[in-house]
Design a protein around this ligand. Sequence first.
Ligand SMILES: Cc1cc2nc3c(=O)[nH]c(=O)nc-3n(C[C@H](O)[C@H](O)[C@H](O)COP(=O)(O)OP(=O)(O)OC[C@H]3O[C@@H](n4cnc5c(N)ncnc54)[C@H](O)[C@@H]3O)c2cc1C
Length: 562
Amino acid sequence: MEYKTIMCDVLVVGAGGAGCRAAIEAAKHNLDVIMISKELLGKAHTAMAEGGYNVSLGNVDPDDNPETHFKDTIVGGNYLNNQHLAEILVRDAPQRIFDLEDMGAVFDRTPEGKIAQRPFGKQSWRRTAYASDRTGSEIMVTLTEAIRKTSVRVFDEVFATKLLVTDGKIAGICAVDLKYGDYLIFRAKSVVMATGGAGRIYKVTSNAQLDVGDGYGMAYEAGCEMIDMEMVQFHPTGMVKPESAKGRLVTEAVRGEGGILLNSEGERFMKRYYPDVMELAGRDQVARSIMTEVLEGRGSPDGGAYLSIAHLPKRIVEFRLESMIEQFEDAGVDIREEPMQVSPTAHHFMGGLKIDENASTNIPGLFASGECTGGVHGGNRLGGNALADTQVFGALSGETAAKYAKENRHLGIDRDAAIKEFERLEAMLQRKDGVSPADARDELTALMWSKVQIFRKEEDMAEAVKELRRIEKEVVPQIKVDVPVKRFNPGWHQAMEFVHMVTTARMVAEAALMRKGNRGAHYRVDADPDETGYYNIVIRKGKDGEMELTKEDLVITKITPP
Ligand SMILES: Cc1cc2nc3c(=O)[nH]c(=O)nc-3n(C[C@H](O)[C@H](O)[C@H](O)COP(=O)(O)OP(=O)(O)OC[C@H]3O[C@@H](n4cnc5c(N)ncnc54)[C@H](O)[C@@H]3O)c2cc1C
């Protein structure tokens, strides 16, 4: 089995907002930093972010401050957040947006020339800084330009498949160069995981194709503790049609700018559910309200609700929601004149790798930031807090990983484990009979969409867990790639992803089954009314190889749950 070995001090896995920011910070320490990503540099999912970045600058509402941002984040997270992490988020968000400006990012301005801020759901003040409705793109263009000015070595189109651990500490990773099909071992003193979320384990999602949960799968297998994996956010407003665009995000900025939700009877139904905040209720609340309308027969013709912005002046829509106009033009809808049809879509993972105030995991040398981590957002993320998270914890993880690399040496690699991993990947190409990765993925995503969705119930989740255990045992070892070619073979990439999708889906389903009450994004129709649910669920791989789940006390610094 041939492979190449590449050495570095700090390895960053992922080149989205968090990964790029981590690499930039680590490179300031005069270290050899490598950043790898499955796609070309600049194309990570972060570029799709639309509405904005939460930061309590007080430019539009002068009374806003980090304390209020903190409170909104904890209340929005249904008190499950690690409050240390939430404090860091609100404390550092202002400096990190100024960093972006220093690197060249251009955000929309107030008439006085300050960074403009718009209202987003469940927030006390207008706090969300934005660049029209393409904020993520502005941030990614800026970060990738900044990366080019550093010594960071970028290996794009490289797929990490396994974390290598020696004596309980991080030693490197196994990877595949997707362009040439070469097997690679990256040896590093520290590794930052910034692999994003896993919306793609659901059939309907707003997420980029590559967001399948590789980071969750790899980290779990390596012994990393995972937190609150059951907390999956369903964004209330995804596109409903055409079929090819189903699930594509309709940004919260549409409601932030004054968009209203209507049912088939023309009623502004949010007034029955959340009369005080209406369309700007929490994402989980709006998603459940829409689904209730649909289930009770008041949905739009294609199974959603109507979202209308047609009452606003056209110039406001054209200036602030430019991408939305284009997105719906393709579907034959002029949003300046007529309503959009929307329904919920799998959007964000609040759970993930459990980190502490140094962005450190329980595996020495393994750090993490961005959507692949859990704890910052608790049971529900506020719109706009994820982009801030990528910058705040991206920078923090880069800094702490660099310090760790300075104080530690390279560890020896477990070559047997690496070769076994490459043989596993090779077998997918060589197998004569088996299951196609595309079929297996369709089965998995449909299962998650039907059984572990917005409204959950015991028997569905139990069935999902049973099925996922079966898929893990019977289907994963049988995955077979149709064309046995190693150079840029999408079938092989899908096959490599599938094993991580299964592990991720299992963690979501098992944790969801364990949580008996309603909290945050986790909502059961058969909830135990006596359960307050004020705990986190931590998952780890047990010594016997089985998935272990435990309930742990919340990390509270300031706000005690009611
Ligand atoms: C449509 C949409 C709009 C959004 N809008 C907003 C918004 O307005 N405001 C907000 O705060 N949040 C928003 N979010 C959420 C936010 O965009 C994400 O949470 C955030 O961008 C995640 O950034 P990240 O750096 O953690 O991960 P990503 O940007 O997903 O990057 C992950 C990186 O990891 C790499 N990777 C993954 N697995 C591997 C592997 N095995 N090997 C190598 N590389 C790997 C990928 O290639 C990629 O480079 C939005 C989300 C969506 C879906």
